[in-house]
Every structure is written in C-alpha cells, then in structure tokens.
Design a protein around this ligand. Structure first.
Ligand code: PLP
Length: 493
C-alpha cells in the first residue's frame, strides 16, 4: 500500500472499529458458531494473486462482516460478564495502532530509546497510581518495573529470577527445587514451574505444592509453613512462593503478610527465597486507595504483577511487573551475543528491557499505556473501577434478596460468585446440574455471557459449581447488569 492508499483504507478501518463499538449491543455476546464453521468459509489455500490497490479490499471487509464477525465473542460488549474483563479502550487501541505503525523493536535502549524511556516512566507512574512501595520504582537503588506480555510471563520471569538468586545464595544448581502457591492460584504458576524444569509435568505435586485454603479460598499460611518444613527436612529447596491477590475462580486473596512471615521464620527468606504477588485482575483496583487493604503488607514482597490488559482500559497484551531486585532478573535472563553489544549498554547508563523478559524482541507497548494514563488520568481510572464495584454491589444485593439464589463467597471487588441454592434434600450433583443448565440457557440467549467455576470442598462443605458475574467492560451500565439479573431470574426452571 502506498501512504495514500494506507490513509484511505486506514480511515475506513478506523470507521469500521468506531461503528463496531456502536453496534456492540446488536450482536450475540457469545459467538454462536459451531466448531469448524468459520474455517469452512475460508479458502484452504492461500491466494496466489494479491489485491490490487484499495478497491480489492471491499471483498476483505465483506468477509470480515460475513465470515469473521459471526465467529467473534464480543469481549467489549456491555453484557460480557465472563472470565475477567479484557478492556480495549479507544486510547489504548490508538496506542496499539501507533505501535504497529512505528514498527519498533525495543529490545535494547539503543534500538529505540523512546520505547525504553517511555516504558520506564509509565511503569513508575503506576507505582504512584497503585501506591506501591518506592523500592519498586526504576529510580530506586535496586528495583524497577517493566511491561511483560502476560501475567503468565511475569510469574515465569519471577520464578527464574528466584531460582537464580537462591542458587547465588549457595543452593546447588541441581537442587530439588520447590515452588508454592494456593490450590486457587492460576495454572500459570504450574506452567512456569514446568517451563523452568522445576516441575516434571502437570501432576508433579512434589515440586509445585498447592496449599489448601480457608473457607474464603485464601491460602492457609500454617499449611504453607508445614509444607516448607517438610521439604527442608527432605532436603528439597523451597525457593518461590506465589501469593494470589484476586484469584481467577472467586477473587480470593492470600494473606501476604502472614506468608511473608512464614518465609522469614523458616530459612526460606534468608536463603534468597522469593515472594511473588499475582494480582493479574485485582491489581487494577489498587488505583483506588480504599482497595489497597487487599494487600495487607508489601514489606517482604520481591515482585508484584498485574494486568492493565484486564481491568485498566489497556488492550491485551500489557502486564505491569515490578521487582525490588532487578539484578536477580538480569542474573537469570541476561545473555549477550556480540551482535547486541553497543556503547550505550556498555556504559551502564541505560536499561535494556530484553534482560527483564523471556523473548528478545519487544513491542512498543508503553504507547498504549501512556495514552490510557494521559486520557483518563488517575481520576478517570478510579471512576472506572469504582463504577464496576458499585454495579457488582447492586448485583450482589439482588442475589441476596432472592431466596432461590445464594452468594457462595462474599463479593470480591466487581466479581460476584453465586448460584441457585440447593432445594431441600437435593443431591449436590443435581444442584450443580440445575446451575449448569441455567448458565447454558442464559448464554444461549446471546443476551449475556457469564462463565462458571468449581470451588473446591473446604472445611466439610462439598465442592460447588458456581456462576461468576465478573463486571468490568468499559461500556457496562447499570441497565446491562439489571438486564442480566432479570434474564437469570426469568431463566430459572
Ligand atoms: N493470574 C490470574 C490470577 C489470572 O486471573 C489470570 C487470568 O485470568 C492469569 C494469571 C493469566 O493471565 P495472562 O493471560 O495475562 O497470562
């Protein structure tokens, strides 16, 4: 495309996206296609002839409407209440466009100084916005922040840094390493352990210990302590604990202070062991001072990560990762072939973020975060979070008022876990089945999309199938939440 053709087509596509935002409510929220349906409408072989100029694009845009859109689940729909939100705001989308347009690789400071320096500044802004400790700031003596692609990568990076640090404290390289998280931690903790060779497969509960929780699904620190002592006694090396703040299933929060105390009391901390906080979803709520109590202490935390790409108006991918010990990352991740050597890196005066992450190449992701932070400002971000929490409070109150339903755990921020109550004498499997059918009925209507989880048995109560109402789309208003509730109520059989 020539610049003029790109301009013409680009205007059409920006118009298309703006129109899409206006049409969002006209689509079924969850895509209704059958497996293979989209693929069956796409040619098996690639086109031999390209398009000639802008005109040929009419056919592509037609396919976008006829083939692709029906196969899209509308995550930006105001009636999307599934999983966790994945905000894609206007400023973020434009930042993404700009990033693609500039086509920069920001692996080294010298490969595009602005990519590094803007990133350093925006992650430091997040330290202010979330009220994080000063020693997570890039200008601090030993800490700093960086944008990772995902929370999963953040956990992996923390884990390899942890192992390297414990090794440098004297543990042999061939130690039997053990990582800890709660049973409610995200599966990415196990995956990270598998990737770095700590866990030998997904069933390896010797090297990734998933600690039981209390009835609110937060980790029980006394059980963590017992597991650590057992492992030390068996000659294994505890090196990494991941505490979850806002679990995927139910928004549960692990007791970070108590976990840090366990690590200090046992020799884990004094041998270099690392405490990572996975706050992928809930971390965004820390922009509101009233939610900072979620984290009862940051004193012994080595790294903290959250996803602006979930609930902070910045489209995927954007995970903000902060550490107090950037040297541990560099020790674990820095490899310097000759072709990457340059005077700026050698001077020690610049940051090369390639040494803080798994890949070498990196996109100019700071642009979209910068646009978001400038567009909304701290006030706008707080208002965004507060409105969703308020809407979840409304939903929670409706659940409480209806005797057919129950809250399964107390609301966590904007996530409400609820279900149809068991009928007198009803078997657990039948209550679960009624809830499953209810969920399928409301989702099949196309009017809303909610998802489920199963919360494990705790303290004598059986495992339960639970519906999750996760409020967080930028376009959601009270009327959408009300309509979802009315649909749920009307769909009870
Ligand atoms: N951690 C938690 C608590 C999550 O809820 C999720 C996803 O929902 C993840 C990690 C994984 O996030 P990502 O897709 O950024 O790796």
């Amino acid at each position: 495309l020539s610049p003029e053709e790109f301009r013409e087509l680009g205007h059409r596509l920006v118009d298309w996206v703006a129109d899409y935002q206006q049409r969002l409510e006209s689509f079924p929220v969850r895509s209704q296609v059958a497996p293979g349906e989209v693929a069956s409408k796409l040619p098996l072989r690639p086109p031999e002839e390209g398009l000639h100029g802008v005109k040929g694009w009419d056919a592509v845009l037609k396919d976008l409407e006829d083939v692709i859109l029906p196969g899209v689940t509308h995550w930006q729909s105001p009636s999307f209440f599934a999983y966790f939100p994945a905000n894609a705001s206007g400023p973020a989308v434009l930042g993404e466009l700009l990033s693609a347009g500039l086509g920069v690789q920001g692996m080294l400071w010298s490969t595009s100084p602005a990519a590094t320096e803007l990133e350093t500044r925006v992650v430091d802004w997040l330290v202010d916005l979330l009220g994080l400790p000063e020693d997570f700031r890039s200008t601090s003596a030993r800490g700093g922040g960086v944008i990772q692609g995902t929370a999963s990568e953040a956990t992996l990076v923390a884990m390899v840094a942890a192992r390297e640090r414990v090794r440098r404290y004297g543990a042999p390289a061939n130690s039997e390493w053990v990582a800890y998280a709660s049973t409610q931690a995200h599966s990415s903790v196990l995956k990270a352990a598998m990737l770095c060779g700590v866990a030998h497969g997904a069933e390896d509960t010797t090297h990734v210990r998933l600690i039981e929780t209390n009835d609110r699904y937060g980790m029980r620190p006394e059980l963590l302590e017992r597991a650590i002592l057992e492992d030390l006694g068996a000659g294994r090396v505890p090196f990494f604990v991941c505490a979850t703040v806002g679990s995927t299933s139910s928004g549960a929060v692990d007791p970070v202070r108590a976990i840090g105390e366990v690590m200090a009391r046992t020799p884990v901390r004094s041998t270099g062991g690392w405490l990572h906080i996975d706050a992928a979803w809930a971390g965004s709520a820390l922009v509101c001072p009233e939610h900072r109590g979620l984290l009862d202490s940051m004193n012994r935390v080595d790294s903290f990560a959250f996803n602006p790409h979930k609930w902070l108006l910045t489209n995927f991918d954007c995970n903000a990762f902060f550490t107090r010990d950037r040297q541990a990352l560099l020790d674990a991740l820095s490899v310097t072939p000759e072709y990457l050597r340059n005077a700026a890196s050698a001077s020690g005066a610049v940051i090369d973020y390639r040494d803080w992450q798994v890949p070498l190449g990196r996109r100019f992701r700071a642009l979209k975060l910068w646009f978001v932070l400038r567009h909304y400002g701290a006030k706008g971000l707080r208002a965004h979070i507060r409105e969703h929490v308020r809407l979840a409070q409304c939903f929670e109150s409706w659940v409480k008022e209806d005797s057919r339903f129950e809250l399964v755990v107390p609301r966590s921020l904007s996530l409400v876990c609820f279900r149809l109550k068991p009928l007198p004498g009803e078997a657990v499997k039948d209550t679960d089945a009624r809830n499953r059918e209810l969920l399928e009925r409301v989702n099949a209507s196309g009017k809303v999309f909610l998802t489920h989880t199963v919360l494990p048995s705790v303290e004598g109560a059986p495992a339960r199938y639970v519906l999750r109402m996760a409020i967080g789309a930028a376009t959601t208003e009270e009327r959408h939440v009300r309509a979802a509730w009315e649909l749920l109520v009307a769909s009870v059989r």
